[in-house]
Write a protein that binds this ligand. Sequence first.
Ligand SMILES: [Zn+2]
Length: 182
Amino acid sequence: MKNENVVLETADTYVKIIDKVCDMCGKPMLLLLTEEQQAQYDEYLTGLVYGRRELIQNVLLDFDKFEREFVKTGYCPCCQEKIFQAKFKGKAHKWIALDEETVPPEKYAEFYESVHESANAKLKAGECFDFEQLVVSFLENETWKQKLSVDEKASYLYLIGVESFRLSGDGHVSMLDEESCD
Ligand SMILES: [Zn+2]
């Protein structure tokens, strides 16, 4: 997200992406979660399912107030600044506005096609492979590694629906669990 209050360096590693469309401005937003946050988020969702009435700040301990509000209402940081007259401060790559600026459609289509070409070739050759792992290997290969920003990589993981990944703040992507073919 382009904002002067975003801290550029981050050593965090993200393992989950949650998405909401902001009710105020209609922008699709992604929020990347660390492993600790993911566990808390899962606990929060379970709480909702079982109707527990625990305060959100007691469950989402590692979320700042902008992140908690986003989980609760889906308001993006820009709109939250306006609604609550609060100053947004966030880490780089944590928030991603899913728009054509962040994810140029042609570039994404090119990536998507090359992954699918490779998948089709493997299928034809009767080769066993894991699709998520294939996507991750493309994000890390010589061609794409340098071409894609961290935000683009996160958006691609989200758009393709890769669920088991690790994305570090320096843009390195790996699988959460390596799948093997037997
Ligand atoms: Zn908004």
